[in-house]
Unconditional design. Structure first.
Length: 342
């Protein structure tokens, strides 16, 4: 099969022929219909030694079952060739408490998709766990099943915040994670959802995905703008930028007793002045990934047409265009979620 292969930090991905995946017992092989380019792939590809040469990335995906391994069962019975599915991006042991409670990313024997020995979906085919796969609703195009994963990231972050009904929130960063957080915050009862981003096009996307107000941080101080809009300083702040200095920025604008949830996944050393956070008695919580239940609720909401992630999709490309698009996303632009359709 053809796949976009990682060749080292600073190197452009190369589309090459690689071996087709083969399902073991309890596994499936999907023909990839859609795979989103994720910011974490961009970040980790810049870190020398973080990925092995020859790695095929891509962990936001959906596709059609083309091979079924022995004993490959889902919630409703055996999987069948032709089933349209998305999957949590990893294959767990299926025996530990984390796997049995839906916390796949907590499995100590996890084989993550796209970061190691389980090749990702920047490819024509991908191998997945049968237990980790979920059926897509009839009203969702298979390629758009790739949006379930980033939506589940945002849902998990908002759930972790335990918002009170009518609470006001501030979201820093209007990339796919920030937009997903805005969408779910509004769905789960927030009053004002203020989103800040330097890129005008992304701010406009935020308004279409749940934001009640937007802020250009290049034109005004974000905390003051949020105070003007909501009537008070932001008590719940979501950091979805993932760059050094942003957490300290959140602490600086937070009032006493505020909660900061960081979903930005910064991959560089950062600094924090604890005394400021301490004096303000700020709660700082790091969130990442999701639970199986987040995928299930996201799919249910898509089936019911209660949520619409389409505003974040800015481009659909073929596999040959992936290397160039991947590099272009490193630079600030109007792009948001790019879906590869091999």
């Amino acid at each position: 099969m053809r796949a976009a292969v990682y060749r080292g930090a600073g190197e452009t991905l190369a589309v090459e022929e690689v071996p087709d995946p083969t399902p073991a017992a309890g596994q499936l092989v999907l023909r990839v219909k859609g795979c989103g380019i994720c910011g974490s792939d961009l970040h980790i590809s810049e870190v020398e030694g973080a990925l092995g040469h020859g790695t095929v990335m891509g962990h936001e995906f959906a596709g059609e079952v083309v091979e079924v391994g022995a004993d490959a069962r889902g919630d409703d019975g055996p999987w069948r060739v032709g089933d349209r599915v998305c999957a949590l991006p990893g294959i767990g042991c299926g025996r530990c408490a984390a796997c049995l409670t839906g916390d796949l990313m907590g499995c100590s024997e996890l084989h993550p998709t796209g970061f190691g020995d389980v090749g990702g979906a920047y490819a024509e085919y991908v191998r997945v766990g049968a237990r980790e796969s979920l059926l897509l609703p009839d009203n969702l195009a298979t390629a758009d099943g790739a949006l379930v994963e980033p939506l589940a990231v945002g849902l998990h972050a908002v759930e972790a915040a335990a918002l009170a009904p009518g609470e006001d929130v501030l979201v820093l960063g209007a990339g796919p994670v920030g937009l997903s957080i805005a969408l779910w915050a509004r769905q789960l009862g927030a009053r004002e959802v203020v989103v800040s981003d330097y890129v005008e096009a992304r701010r406009e996307m935020a308004l279409r995905m749940g934001a009640t107000a937007i802020v250009d941080p290049g034109a005004e101080e974000v905390g003051e703008a949020c105070g003007r809009i909501a009537g008070h300083a932001p008590r719940t702040i979501f950091e979805s930028v993932g760059r050094p200095g942003v957490i300290q920025q959140c602490v600086g604008m937070a009032p006493r007793g505020a909660t900061i949830l960081t979903a930005g996944m910064c991959m560089q050393p950062d600094t924090l002045l604890p005394v400021i956070a301490g004096v303000k008695e700020v709660t700082l919580r790091f969130v990442a990934y999701y639970r199986r239940a987040d995928f299930e609720l996201t799919i249910d909401m898509l089936r019911a047409e209660r949520i619409d992630p389409q505003p974040m999709v800015t481009q659909r490309i073929g596999l040959d265009a992936l290397p160039e698009a991947f590099e272009a996303l490193r630079r600030p632009a109007d792009q948001c979620k790019v879906i590869v359709e091999p």
